[in-house]
Design a protein around this ligand. Sequence first.
Ligand code: GUN
Length: 294
Amino acid sequence: MILLDGKKPAAEVRSRVKREVERLRSLYGRAPHLAVILVGDDPASQVYVRNKEKACEETGVVSRVWRLSAETTTQDKLEDLILELNDSEDIDGVLLQMPIPDALDPLACQSLIDPAKDVDGFHPENMGRLVLGMPGLRPCTPAGVMHILERYSLSPCGKKAVVLGRSNIVGKPMAIMLSQPSLLSNATVTMCHSRTADVAAECREADFLVAAIGKPKFVTRDMVKPGAVVIDVGINRADEGLVGDVDFESVKDVASAITPVPGGIGPMTIAMLMSNTLQAYVWRMEEQGGEEPR
Ligand code: GUN
């Protein structure tokens, strides 16, 4: 069994971003700048945002976090802030940490972020670009999964892939990426959700199984085809600490490769965010006429 460590590949991506930031900062006269909006005090979101800030510090990306109160932030106020950040010349990326309080409308907010600054890749334009195979900013978690597969030379081409979960953040874009007609994808994909008749039976067919449903240890040994590649996107808080959507201890003996939690896909998500922020900055600078001399 191969343990698919995400910490090392994530560190490699961050150091590539850091080198590029150092090189381009002198060329373009400033570093990339990421704006993060956090509404409310969800403890998990606070940790994620802190980790995003740390990754920015490490890579030389300037970051600023807007911490807004859940009680006083209305839809109008949040939308005004997004529009202000869209208009700000020296901000390259705008990220609204999910989930946001129930009183606010996530799709309306995500659709308001300038697609060129949408480093989460959640804007309808970027989602559309993903579906159509056009260049654009890609959602970080599924992009991190594809990076891990490539890094460990695990090709889903012609294989059966099962994605557990149909969220806009992970499940849907993951299914699209795995089925894309590109060298590193080309899987035959099944997406399972709460109304799937027999989830365990679907999982047993999977050569590549991606779990993104937010249910601790949901995937057990009997649900995994021997030799399958198992990718665990879940991060659940349990008495024993952080656990994934996969029961690692039992599944590790049947899988040919498996990601741990923590230390698997989590670090990759943040590394891909840094990569997207660099990409958004480069595209914006080129747009403003600062094309790199060849
Ligand atoms: N919450 C969980 N994952 C993500 C993510 O990738 N981006 C944002 N903005 N919020 C999240």
